[in-house]
Ligand binder design. Structure first.
Ligand code: SF4
Length: 288
């Protein structure tokens, strides 16, 4: 690949996506490639850590440094990559089950630490890859394969959780609007610290409730209302709205990222530190 201007097709692999026709994942895939390209980022400057799920299958369809993590463990892998080489743009692509179910503890820890990773959640309100069981964001009362009488629990509110845990960039997109999704991903990529883009992603095969039309009747953009994303309490109130669904940036704050608080990473990334002068013998003596 040449060192010229990046192009979205630079991120394509030889493998065409295998998602169901009409799946919202296609739009997120396009928006992510467009956002990376618009910022002049080349595939070798990015590490994308994928979770398990239909969204995680993107690992086959996008060219960059990458890692396909265990279920729910994409976030700590991404944190480790960033701490090792903070010059890289580090992104997590995962689903709602992966992130807000198996990975919920890691999600909260990443927000509290302001780790400089960008989390794109394909939120389709079900476990799609395993054919439609309820996930933490499935709306109460919804009948799924695993809840034939309807979900009993109330749905998790990831934006409210992130806001209350100290996250510094919190946003919501809709996969039916590629330019707006691209815009929010671009803003997340430029944020210093942890950034969440929760992307409402219709699963046309296993979630017939939250369809493109269902979202079309409910979504609106915060920026069209004069909303300013600079007040944590107001952002919490917006995150708690359910009848109408706000999209856009809920909150943006400037704070040092996790790696910026570590003194010996100030000058160089860990990967550039010399290990020639490190004497491991004292540490090893204990085991001799
Ligand atoms: Fe997309 Fe749902 Fe098909 Fe998975 S099962 S590829 S989320 S439409």
């Amino acid at each position: 690949m040449s060192n010229t201007q990046a192009n979205p097709t630079d991120y394509n692999t030889e493998i065409p996506p295998t998602w169901c026709p009409g799946c919202g994942n296609f739009a997120i895939w396009a928006a992510l490639k467009n956002a990376l390209t618009s910022l002049g980022l080349k595939p070798w400057q990015c590490v994308i850590v994928f979770g398990i799920g239909c969204s995680g299958n993107m690992t086959d369809f996008i060219r960059s440094h990458g890692f396909h993590a265990l279920h729910g463990r994409g976030i700590p892998v991404a944190e480790a990559v960033k701490l090792t080489n903070h010059k890289l743009q580090v992104i997590v692509v995962a689903g709602d089950g992966d992130t807000y179910g198996e990975g919920m503890g890691h999600f909260i820890a990443a927000t509290r630490g302001n780790h400089d990773i960008k989390l794109l959640v394909h939120n389709n309100h079900v476990y799609g890859l395993t054919t439609g069981q309820s996930s933490p964001t499935t709306i109460k009362g919804t009948k799924t394969k695993s809840t034939p009488q309807g979900v009993i629990e109330i749905e998790a509110n990831p934006l409210a959780l992130a806001i209350s845990s100290g996250a510094t960039f919190i946003s919501r997109a809709f996969a039916g609007d590629i330019p707006h999704t691209q815009l929010l991903i671009s803003q997340a990529l430029q944020h210093r610290g942890f950034a969440l883009v929760d992307i409402l992603q219709p699963c046309v095969t296993f979630n017939r409730e939250q369809s493109y039309a269902w979202y079309g009747e409910r979504i609106y953009k915060l920026e069209d209302t004069g909303y300013k994303p600079n007040d944590r309490q107001k952002s919490f109130v917006k995150a708690m709205e359910t009848e109408k669904i706000p999209l856009g940036v809920f909150l943006k704050e400037e704070k040092p990222a996790y790696h910026e608080e570590i003194a010996f990473l100030k000058e160089n990334p860990l990967v550039e530190h010399s290990i020639a002068s490190i004497d491991l013998n004292p540490a090893l003596e204990e085991f001799l």
